[in-house]
Design a protein around this ligand. Structure first.
Ligand code: FAD
Length: 462
């Protein structure tokens, strides 16, 4: 057994953990970063945000080629070499992961590889094989993230996998069932459909991407109606792994009457925090029955020198939320406490077309009984969208009926996620639709649709 003394131990090296570790080191602390895997970067870099976006880029190139005939061009049918696609995806991941390793080294952050569990409120034991390292810490930041939810009735079978398995891209199954029509399920459906799978998406709720507004999702669904089969308000009742195929029985108003056969099944029904797997109780840290750790606005747990950040503290489970929490927690540990209190956290489904929203959705504004208005600019009137042969999108602003202040925004369309930055900033700055309308947007751009929606709201165009 070896022993280390450190001012700050960070448990988990995802976007929350590495951001916290680097900020704390920049502020002069002696930092130890504990990660069970040899590769830093957490879910996001290794099996989440980054590999999925690399594969979605591949899908985008394939989908663009399908538009060629509308533009007077023709290419031969797209052929792919799965080994090379996988190599491309892995190279994207390894570039970013090696960047994180270099940043840790550059800041003299001590990295300890192994599985960490609390022993007391000032000690963490890290086990790797037969080796245990005992870390004595003054402060800790828990950034141990989350894992995919497993459905208890689904058997173990190599043809049934979660998002991590889907990102391995072992094969392109002719018939793929995606259980869960949220962001992760639809992003993977987009990749596999583009590569040639016939994809069925089953969703328990009555719309895909249930967190987004229905009118935005309707645009996405219409665009994809011939690409995927979608079973809404449908529950998966039973899954059996037969030698010839995976057989799945459904129930619900739109459910197929008979069980259906698939070559592979992706289970993407959400993520569960890792709070119950780190012996937090030995440090006196409260963990709720689902595995989440409650924190105050300074990201301190009920044990003030132990902080928690990222997926493990709750929704939205997004990398950029984890990063900002990591910075705030590190500053708290270094004696410069600042509360994590954002006006808005953007959400993006990197699908085709993309669905993006920030601040209140219209659904939430309605549920909260707010006196709000909406202004919607259809991309059918956007020069840039028409020129790109992708005019199905729309931009929607939700704003206070009396003060004109922006409450939220939602977009659907190609690159919709890239347009969200301006609206997130507008929300942080408390902008009104008039402020946005008076901001000159370049012509012809997709972000011009934001300015034009605001002009509709401000009444300067009709
Ligand atoms: P994580 O990234 O989960 O990292 C936690 C780390 O802690 C892991 O490396 C884990 O190995 C380590 N760990 C856990 N327990 C221990 C232990 N006891 N000892 C040692 N190490 C431990 N978010 C976005 O914002 N944009 C996206 O486009 C996006 N795409 C996604 C796509 C997929 C397929 C998935 C699965 C997720 C995606 N997410 C996306 C979500 C994003 O990955 C998470 O919100 C983010 O990674 C959370 O960061 P974190 O620091 O809280 O934890």
């Amino acid at each position: 057994m070896s022993a280390i003394k450190t001012q700050l131990v960070v448990l988990g090296s995802g976007p929350g953990g590495y951001s916290a570790a680097f900020r704390a080191a920049d502020l002069g602390l002696d930092v130890t970063l504990v990660e069970r895997y040899s590769s830093l970067g957490g879910v996001c870099l290794n099996v989440g945000c980054i590999p999925s976006k690399a594969l979605l880029h591949v899908a985008e190139v394939i989908n663009e080629s399908h538009h060629a005939s509308n533009l007077g061009l023709s290419f031969g049918p797209v052929q792919h070499d799965l080994d090379k696609v996988r190599t491309y995806k892995d190279s994207v991941v390894s570039k970013l992961v090696s960047g994180v390793h270099a940043m840790a080294k550059g800041r003299k952050v001590r990295v300890v590889e192994g599985y960490g569990k609390f022993v007391s409120d000032h000690q963490l034991a890290v086990v790797k094989g037969d080796e245990t390292t005992l870390i004595d810490f003054d402060n800790a930041i828990i950034a141990a993230g989350s894992r995919s939810v497993k459905l208890p009735f689904i058997p173990e079978d190599p043809r049934i996998f979660d998002s991590t398995g889907a990102l391995e891209l072992r094969s392109v199954p002719p018939r793929l069932l995606v259980i869960g029509g949220g962001i992760i399920g639809l992003e993977m459906a987009t990749v596999y459909e583009a590569l040639g799978s016939k994809v069925t998406v089953v969703e328990f709720a009555d719309q895909l991407v249930p967190a987004a507004d229905k009118d935005l999702v309707a645009v996405y669904s219409k665009y994809n109606k011939d690409k995927f089969e979608v079973l809404l308000s449908t529950k998966v009742e039973a899954v059996s792994a037969k030698p010839e195929a995976i057989e799945v029985a459904f129930s619900g108003a739109n459910a197929p009457a008979e069980p259906r056969q698939f070559d592979a099944v992706l289970v993407a029904v959400g993520r569960v925090p890792n709070g119950k797997l780190i012996d937090a109780e030995k440090a006196g840290v409260n963990v709720d029955e689902r595995g989440f750790i409650a924190v105050n606005p300074y990201l301190q747990t009920n044990v003030p020198h132990i902080y928690a950040i990222g997926d493990i503290i709750g929704q939205p489970m997004l990398a950029h939320k984890a990063t900002h929490e990591g910075h705030a927690a590190a500053e708290g540990v270094a004696g410069h406490p600042h509360a994590f209190d954002p006006m808005a956290i953007p959400s993006i489904a990197y699908t085709n077309p993309e669905i993006a929203w920030v601040g209140l959705t219209e659904k939430e504004a309605k549920q909260q009984g707010l006196d709000y208005k909406t202004a919607v600019f259809p991309w059918a009137a956007s020069g840039r969208a028409i020129a790109a042969d992708r005019s199905e999108g729309k931009t929607k602003l939700i704003y206070d009926a009396k003060t004109d202040r922006l409450l939220g925004a939602g977009l659907v369309g190609v690159h919709a996620g890239e347009l969200l930055g301006e609206l997130t900033l507008a929300l942080e700055f408390g902008a009104s639709v008039e402020d946005i309308a008076l901001t000159i947007h370049a012509h012809p751009t997709l972000h011009e649709s934001v300015g034009l929606a605001a002009e509709l709201g401000a009444g300067t165009i009709t």
